[in-house]
Every structure is written in structure tokens, then in C-alpha cells.
Design a protein around this ligand. Structure first.
Ligand code: IPM
Ligand code: MG
Length: 347
């Protein structure tokens, strides 16, 4: 079966890291047809468009999408983020932002007290509502009496579907533990909804999954002090954004942290979580492992389990050869890292 994979190379280092992931895709021999989408800063500067309705329609026909990065210092912050990246996530209803936090062999992190086995968790971030919904506005803008309101929208439907996804995931893992991360002591409406849904859905449909709750500020402490406390985490959009940057750091840095924007019944989009890293662009110094990890998630979502395993093995084999790797100082060029993965994935 041929998979149709949309490719958004995007901005900054996006094209370089996507090229390495596509090299790996080719090497593992999955039958794929690629459809390129010319999106990002250059396109915007050329035409004034971020993405058109027709392009979104075309994207809906893909089996999955691989995204490099969006974001460019030439463009005012917010335009590419809201009107391109978030628009794709929202319009394709990719309501799950799945971000595994795993240690690959030999990868050094900033927390020497962590053993490799301590860090093996997965964050299920709500990806379609919360503070990201764009609700709010200004009143008396630019005056001394200005009011800026930014509302967090949390619907029963939205919360329940993300919680159910997280429970299903927890049930499929050996530890079967789900932790809600929120701020129920202050966000007494949104947090209450999340807590009630976790308790109701958990007790009725997932009695075999252990439930835990941790405030988001305390979760930051545990990420450093006791990451083994976590198996699957479910959290809202904003908290998920923040804790997954910390998660990336305890797995070795932005250079290896991968994620998926998932619509379980539609088209999903996979990306390195680190962004376009403009200061690395064009130098061949960016670490492609995050994007290659995103490819592994993509293949798994397509049901290409064996190919996904081979890519993961390729990453593991590469990191074990890259002694003391940290994203910024890996000692290998971008394409050499891609070659190491290909070698490990095909041997
Ligand atoms: C991420 C990023 C995005 C987000 C930005 C670029 C809009 O930080 O994918 O984590 O906040 O979701
Ligand atoms: Mg982020």
C-alpha cells in the first residue's frame, strides 16, 4: 500500500532536517508518495499568504504530514505561528499533541542524577482549545485603561476526548498510569472540569489504569527530581506547551524531541518540537534526530510498525555512536547523523 505523505519543509533549519528524515524514510523502504507543500516565511513574503483553504483541503487528502519548522525573524511573531502552524492543527482537528520524553542511549542531559531508565514518559497535550483558542480581545487598546483578555476555553467534548485518548495510551503501556497535570487549586473551573472527567472516565471505563494528579508547578520539580513518577501525562494546551520544553531538556535537548499532532480519525502531522533555529540554518549543524523521531511516530501512526521500529533502532544506534551528544555540540554534521541512522536502521 502506498502512503501519501505531505511534506512541509518550512523555515530555518526545517528543510535540512526534513531532508535527513526523508533519507531515512527511503532507506527503510516504505512505499510512500510525497506531496510537497510550499509553506512558511518565504511563501508568505512572496505572496502574503500563510496557507489557503485549497491547500488545507489538499492536506486533508494526505495519509500524514511531516513538518520541518515554521518561524522566521523577518516576520512579526504570531503570524506564522497562529495563521499557519496553529491553523493547520486546528483545521485538521489534530486535537492530540503527543510528545514522548525518552532517553536514547548515550545521550547526555543537564541532569546528571537521572539514569536513562528514569526518563520514559509521554505527554498527551490537549491541542485544540484552552488558552490557544484565540478567544479574548482588547478594550481601550493603547490607552492607560487598556484591558487585554485572553480566555481559556475548555469544553466537555474537548476535555473528554483528550482524556480518553490518554487513558487508552496508558492502558497500552506496561505501567498503566495516568497523571493529570493542571492547576486545580487556582484554575477552579477549567481544572475542575479536567479532574471530574479524569475521575469519571477513569472509574467507569479504565479501572485498570492508575490515576494520579500533580499541579503543573510541582510537575516541573518532578521532571527534574523524580521523572520516574510519570508514565502518561494528560494536560491542557498551555501547560503542555511549557512542560514539553522541560521534557525535551531532560531527554537531551530540542535536537532530539519529537512530537505528533494527531487526529485519530483524520490526518496527523509530525514535527520536531524545537522550531526553526534560525542561527543554525544553512550551516549543517542542526541535529536531525528530532525530525527523524517524528518520522518514527508518523510511521507508527500509519501502522508501519516494523519500519517505525527500524527508524527507532537507527536513532538508538546513532546516539550510542555519538558520545556525549548534546544538540548544540554533537560533533557530527546534520547529514552525518542522518547517515548514522540509516546505517543503524538498515543493518
Ligand atoms: C510548540 C510551539 C508552538 C506552540 C508555537 C510555535 C505556536 O511552541 O509546538 O510547542 O505553542 O504550540
Ligand atoms: Mg512549545
Amino acid at each position: 500500500m502506498t502512503h501519501t505523505i505531505g511534506v512541509v519543509r518550512g523555515d530555518g533549519t526545517g528543510p535540512e532536517v526534513v531532508a535527513e528524515a526523508l533519507k531515512v524514510l527511503e532507506a527503510v523502504g516504505v512505499d510512500a508518495e510525497r506531496v510537497e507543500f510550499d509553506l512558511g516565511a518565504d511563501r508568505y513574503l512572496r505572496t502574503g499568504e500563510t496557507i489557503t483553504d485549497a491547500e488545507l483541503e489538499r492536506m486533508r487528502e494526505m495519509d500524514a504530514v511531516l513538518l520541518g519548522a515554521v518561524g522566521d525573524p523577518r516576520i512579526r511573531p504570531g503570524i506564522l505561528e497562529r495563521d499557519l502552524l496553529l491553523r493547520m492543527r486546528f483545521e485538521l482537528d489534530q486535537y492530540v499533541n503527543l510528545r514522548p520524553v525518552v532517553r536514547y542511549p548515550g545521550v547526555a542531559t543537564l541532569v546528571p542524577s537521572h539514569a536513562e531508565a528514569d526518563v520514559d514518559l509521554i505527554v498527551v497535550r490537549e491541542n485544540s482549545e484552552g488558552l490557544y483558542s484565540g478567544a479574548g480581545g482588547f478594550h481601550r487598546k493603547g490607552t492607560a485603561h487598556e484591558v487585554a483578555v485572553q480566555e481559556s476555553i475548555n469544553t466537555r467534548h474537548g476535555v473528554e476526548r483528550i482524556v480518553r485518548y490518554a487513558f487508552d495510551l496508558a492502558r497500552s503501556r506496561p505501567r498503566k498510569k495516568l497523571t493529570l497535570v493542571h492547576k486545580t487549586n487556582v484554575l477552579t473551573y477549567a481544572g475542575d472540569l479536567y479532574q471530574r472527567v479524569v475521575d469519571e472516565v477513569g472509574s467507569v471505563d479504565y479501572p485498570d489504569v492508575e490515576r494520579d494528579y500533580v499541579h503543573v508547578d510541582a510537575a516541573c520539580i518532578y521532571f527534574l527530581d523524580q521523572p520516574s513518577r510519570f508514565d502518561v501525562i494528560v494536560t491542557d494546551n498551555m501547560f503542555g506547551d511549557i512542560i514539553t520544553d522541560l521534557g525535551a531538556m531532560i531527554q537531551g535537548g530540542m535536537g532530539i524531541a519529537a512530537g505528533g499532532n494527531i487526529n485519530p480519525i483524520g490526518v496527523s502531522m509530525f514535527e520536531p518540537i524545537g522550531g526553526s533555529a534560525p542561527d543554525h540554518a544553512g550551516k549543517g549543524t542542526i541535529n536531525p534526530l528530532a525530525t527523524i523521531g517524528a518520522l518514527a511516530l508518523l510511521l507508527r501512526q500509519l501502522g508501519e510498525t516494523e519500519a517505525a521500529d527500524r527508524v527507532t533502532n537507527g536513532i538508538r544506534s546513532a546516539t550510542s555512536k555519538m558520545v556525549s551528544m548534546r544538540a548544540a555540540e554533537m560533533g557530527f554534521s546534520t547529514s552525518e547523523v542522518g547517515d548514522l541512522v540509516v546505517e543503524g536502521a538498515t543493518s
